[in-house]
Write a protein that binds this ligand. Structure first.
Ligand code: GYE
Length: 304
């Protein structure tokens, strides 16, 4: 059972900690990297809001490399931090290091992304958005906008990452309901603007200038911004000739929405320290069994 994380509850918990005498806790945070616009905003929020909760945050940026994340987590274990927060770059390869944290009796909290482990006791809980729902929201918007008749090119996120797997899954679950909707090309742009531009350049070549293509679905806004650049350089009109739907709702995509070069983006909140720290600090004060997934909501936004 996944308990929806009521925002009010988070705010209440936050005020409790603001007024309470929270001990200074040392928390190690293994962050994926600084790809795109969303993740740096997430990192900045975690680092700034740590102070509000009296948390001494040890921040480690893995530059997108899992081996760097594993190294950081092992360093946190050696330092004897009070808790470890991980945004896991990909879902596989985590069992051993999570067992080491458990043996060291250091609780681990997953944020943002996800891991694929048999033994779910290896982490306390995961606090994140629902990526499958994000894919469904994007697919539903496109189905309505295209009246259920649309050939789509898809720019996938980092291969093997939870958001890429689940956004694709949610989007396809909707398209499967519409015989005249189909993903005709799909490739990973690794969540970067340059990656998205290169993938769209390839799609433009392989489809004779996006002939018959009705939409571009990008797993994040940065790849969609790269796609927009590529389409304009090819003399195409993104947002007009081709419907443009993506995820994150970062400031730069809002500009594209206003300019009519993008059409829709599903919001992924980046200011999530206010949800994460109360859960971690509450657990440290009073370790109780938590639901394995605490979901942070986000809605689809269009130009209007
Ligand atoms: O959508 C993207 C970032 O993990 C859900 O990672 C996150 C994704 C986000 O690279 O901008």
């Amino acid at each position: 059972m996944i308990r929806k994380f009521a925002l009010a509850g988070a705010a209440l918990a936050a005020t409790t900690f603001m007024s309470g005498t929270a001990l200074a806790q040392t928390i190690g945070f293994s962050q994926v990297g600084s790809e795109g616009d969303w993740r740096p905003a997430f990192s900045a929020n975690m680092q700034e809001s740590a102070k509000e909760y009296g948390v001494d945050l040890k921040f480690a940026n893995a530059q997108g490399k899992q081996e760097e994340q594993l190294r950081a987590v092992r360093a946190f274990i050696a330092q004897g931090v009070d808790a470890i927060i991980i945004a896991p770059v990909v879902v596989t390869g985590w069992d051993q290091v999570l067992r080491e944290a458990k043996e060291a009796e250091i609780p681990v909290f997953l944020v943002d992304r996800d891991v694929d482990v048999e033994d779910k006791s290896l982490y306390v809980t995961r606090i994140s958005a629902d990526f499958n729902l994000e894919g469904k929201l994007a697919g539903a918007w496109l189905a309505a906008e295209s009246l259920g008749d649309c050939k789509v090119v898809e720019l996938q996120g980092t291969t093997g990452s939870a958001p890429a797997i689940e956004r694709k899954g949610g989007f396809e679950a909707v398209l499967d309901q519409f015989p005249a909707m189909e993903i005709v090309a799909s490739q990973s742009g690794d969540f970067t603007t340059d990656g998205g531009k290169k993938v769209m350049e390839a799609f433009i070549k392989s489809t004779n200038n996006l002939e018959g293509i009705c939409a571009s679905f990008a797993h994040n806004d940065n790849m969609q911004l790269g796609a927009i650049q590529a389409m304009k350089e090819a003399g195409l009109k993104p947002g007009e000739d081709v419907l443009m739907v993506s995820v994150d709702y970062v400031p730069a995509i809002k500009d594209a929405l206003d300019a009519g070069e993008a059409n829709a983006s599903v919001e992924l909140r980046s200011a999530v320290g206010e949800f994460i720290y109360p859960v971690v600090l509450d657990y440290l004060k009073n370790p109780t069994e938590l639901d394995k997934w605490i979901v942070i909501p986000g809605d689809l936004h269009t130009a209007d």
